[in-house]
Each structure stands twice: as structure tokens, then as C-alpha cells.
Design a protein around this ligand. Sequence first.
Ligand SMILES: [Zn+2]
Length: 451
Amino acid sequence: MLITNATIVTWGPTGTSGATPQVLPGQALRVQGDRITALGPMRSLAAAHTGEEVVDARGQYVMPGNICAHTHFYGAFARGLAIPGDPPQDFPAILARLWWQLDKALTLDDVRASALVCLVDAVKHGTTTLIDHHASPNAIDGSLDVLAEAVQQAGLRACLCYEVSDRDGAARAEAAIRENVRFAARLAETPAPLLASTFGLHASLTLSDATLDACRAAHSGGFHVHVAEHEADEDDSLRKSGLRVVPRLERHGLLGPQTIAAHCVHIDDGEAERLAATGTWVTHQPRSNMNNAVGAADIEGLLRRGVRVGLGNDGFSNAMWDEWKAAYLYHKAAHRDPRRAGGGTIIDMAVTNNAALAGVFFPPAPLGVIEPGAFADLIFVDYHPTTPLTAGNLPWHILFGCESSMVTTTICGGRVLMRDRRLLFLDEAEITARSRELAAQVWQRFEQLSA
Ligand SMILES: [Zn+2]
């Protein structure tokens, strides 16, 4: 396949520490299988490959697909859901009264429908790689297979796990461990190029020492865990172990260059140092942090220490540019300092580090960059800048000019999933109708569970 008439945004080594991206008009890209195999001036590349299928980008910006480093497909049915009683006063109350009731109301059918809603959103808004963290305590067995089927139907790239927790009893914690192990073994036996797995842990505050050890014993790779999203996680860890959350997880052998610690809002300097020393990834979810009023993580301090911080959406919309914009604005407001979280910092997280993190799960080709040899995960953006756009000011064009609804074409692993805003493999109307029907039933069960 030849993509012609493209203005290519390469990304590549970029951000505050690296070189700037390139913006190259009048280019063509050759895609063979799941890879980009050539990039060059349109005329010469088209002349060298006559007779090949041509996708005319009509001058649009062609960029690498966006990456989401932490999400929850199971949260889609929360949209518009009323929590009975007074509004929850803090994050622990939000967990107890919203998420730990909603997850129990989900069946495997709901898990599938909820994921498909998120995947439609991701294809439409140009997010091609997603790292999910799943919970459905009354439908654990096979839940990762159901998610995998939805992801394959959508044609996107996703890393899946089930969150182990003691909050619903020992039997469910054991079932959750089994589900992670079983799904990883399934992928090892029958690899699927667009699927990967890790091992999910809810958070220190709902995990006993025995369960942490059981998880470590069951799995040799990395973990995906919420860390210090609220002070309650640190308080609980100190009570249980005499250690803060990060050293507690480290004592159980759960950190390292394949582990993702989501949030890290309330960690201290010593914990930041351990995250850097162990090469553990951190993900930042500013929309969720604002919504839950948990505070602002010190993302710039972490980056300065060499911690690799990526950007996730925590189940908010898969329009990842909205998350970029939230990150850009949040830290300025939180610190009353317009110098905080500049464009380069946003690119470090959302582009550079997210691509490197995705590379942990999807070797061997690069993601998040347009160059020969990289995976062909691409989006076309119908953006018409009203001021000069250069490689140097591109981040601010995205932050202040681009909308995810400007994405017209989405390609993942060399396969066109949306062309000129038409979804080719997902029936949005059917998925939406089914979701509304199932969500109404989930809400009824949620109300009974909440009573
Ligand atoms: Zn989360």
C-alpha cells in the first residue's frame, strides 16, 4: 500500500531532551504487511511502485497513532450513572460507592460491549495502542479472552490484564491470578500480533502480603498496578507493612522495567528514587486526577529523576489529545505557574515515553514514530493551521488547534480501520444500541448492589 500526498509528522527522537520532530510535506509512505518500508518524496516513491494500492492522504497530516498507557475498558457504562445518596466526599468513597459496585454488576456480555464502545472511540479518535486494566469480579474467568476478541474485532493493538484484589474475598483473588496466568499462557502458545498481556494488581490498599507474594510466584514478568493515587494508599501501606507503597511493592519483587505504576500522586522523594532506580514506568492521568480531586502528581520531578512517565486516560475518552491538553493545563493551574508542564514535557510523556512503553509489549518494531521499519500505526489528520506550523511549534498546534475529531483515517498494523471517517470493521450504530440496552441493566444491578 502506498500512502500518497501526505504531510508526514515523524515524531521520533523528540521532547525536551531530544531532537525536534520533522514535518515533511509532499511525501509518500510505503506500507507492506504491518510495517512502514519506505518514506520519501511522493513522485519518486510513486514512480518506483506503480500498480500498488494507493491511499491518497489529500495533503492531510499523517502521524503515528496515539498511544494510551493506562485505561479501563470496563468503565464505559459509568457515563451518566447516578450514585445514590450524597456525592462521594473523596476518592476512597468514589471507589467504594462507584467503581467497586459497578465492576460487580458486569457480566461477560457487558465486558464485551463496554470494550467495544471504547474501541469505537479509539479508532475514531486515532488511538491505536491501549494498555488496559480490567475488573469484573463476578465474571473473571475468560474475561481477558472476551476483551481480546473485541480488540481483534476492532483491529487495534492492546495489552490486557486482570486486576487482582483481596476486596472481594480470597476466591476471587485466586481466580484473578489464574485469569492473568491463563491469558498470558494462551498468548505464549498462540501469539496474536496485536495482543499482549501483563499481570494486573489493583492497588496496595486492597492487597495483602500473602496475595502480593502469590502474584509474584505466579508470574515472572512485570505488573500493572495503581500506586498512591490517594493518600489512603500510603496510609494503608504504612499501617500494614511499616513501609510506604513503593518500597512495599519493591519488597515483594513487583517493580522493574516491565512494571507500570499508575498515578503516583502521593509518593515521596524516596519512592521516586526507587521508581527511577528500578526502571519502573509511571503513567499520568490528569483528567482522572482532576475528577477525583486526588492532587497533581509531580510529573516534572519524576522526569528529571529519569523516571519514564507516560500518559494514560484512566477510562476517560480515547481522544488522547484531550488528555494532552488536560496535562498541559492542569499543572499550570495547580501550581499557578505558566512554566509548568510545557509542550516538550507533554511530548516526552504522550509520544516518546508512551512509544517506549508500548515497545515493551509489542516488540520488535518501533511504535509512535514514522520511519522505515516501524509498525504502520498511522492516523490522517484534517487540520488546516491558521498560523505557520513548524516542527518546533507542532506540540502547541496540537494542544491549541487539533481536535481528535479531525482524525479521518486510522491504520493499525498496516490495516486500514477507518477511512474518511467510515469505520470498516465496527458497526457503531449496533454497538451503541447494544451498549445502551446492557448499560440500563447494569445500572439496575448497580442500584441493587448499592442499596
Ligand atoms: Zn486506573
